[in-house]
Design a protein around this ligand. Structure first.
Ligand code: HEM
Length: 202
């Protein structure tokens, strides 16, 4: 593997998406860590609030028949219910919706959002190890970070293979990029919101 060279245009769509989201990912990673989610269960619960909000905004995409026709196991990949169960485990109320959720994106734009949501399962492999230190697991409190059925790497490879195999117009290429960037921006907003609304701890 060679490091991404920003002067080279990647041939695969997924590689291009990796490249254009490299900086937003690094920023988000730093922001997540700045909130010290693994210091206490209360801090972790705020992270789960952000994950739940993000996942719940994507439920309609994960269940969209047109998208399921492209990614047959899409509905099973959704983690909104897992994040909801985590909130219950952590005695944290289900947050209300936050204005600004993605609305009726085009197919390609939706796939950009899903690329980010699915990609975040890779980082989750690292995050769940830290969550174990808080007494949590993929069956309690950190379900949404658990290994997907069929395996993390396999699930990702299949998604990427499908995404890379689609024939897109130039307009759709731009839309998938936009979806991926918007998804990172949205997660950032939701993360900030989740920590800003942290209930006062006694
Ligand atoms: C909402 C979206 C995302 C969030 C919140 C997120 C969060 C994180 C965090 C916090 C880490 C650091 C884990 C650690 O060092 O303990 C991480 C690592 C990672 N993430 Fe993401 N991520 C997201 C999207 C993505 C996407 C789209 C991809 C792939 C295309 C991806 C691939 C990875 C990989 C491979 C790692 C592990 C090693 C590395 O830092 O390169 N993530 N992620």
């Amino acid at each position: 593997m060679t490091a991404a060279d920003p002067t080279q245009r990647p041939s695969l769509r997924s590689q291009r998406l990796n490249q254009i989201t490299h900086e937003p990912h690094a920023k988000l990673d730093a922001l997540v860590k700045a909130h010290a989610p693994f210091e206490t269960q209360a801090n972790f619960a705020r992270f789960v609030v952000a994950q739940y909000l993000f996942q719940s905004e994507l439920v309609s995409l994960y269940n969209d028949p047109e998208l399921i026709a492209i990614v047959p196991d899409l509905a099973e990949r959704c983690r909104a219910e897992a994040a909801k169960a985590d909130l219950a485990d952590l005695d944290t109320p289900i947050p209300g919706p936050v204005a600004g959720a993605v609305q009726r994106p085009s197919k390609a734009e939706a796939l950009g959002w899903l690329f980010v949501s699915e990609g975040s399962k890779l980082g989750a492999a690292f995050l769940i190890k830290r969550a174990v230190g808080l007494g949590l697991s993929e069956s309690f409190g950190a379900r949404h970070l658990g290994e997907p059925a069929g395996g993390r790497a396999e699930g990702w490879k299949n998604f990427v293979r499908t995404l890379d195999g689609l024939a897109f117009s130039a307009e759709e290429e731009a839309a998938v990029d936009k979806g991926a960037i918007d998804a990172f921006n949205r997660f950032t907003v939701l993360l900030e919101q989740a920590y800003a609304t942290a209930p006062e701890m006694a």
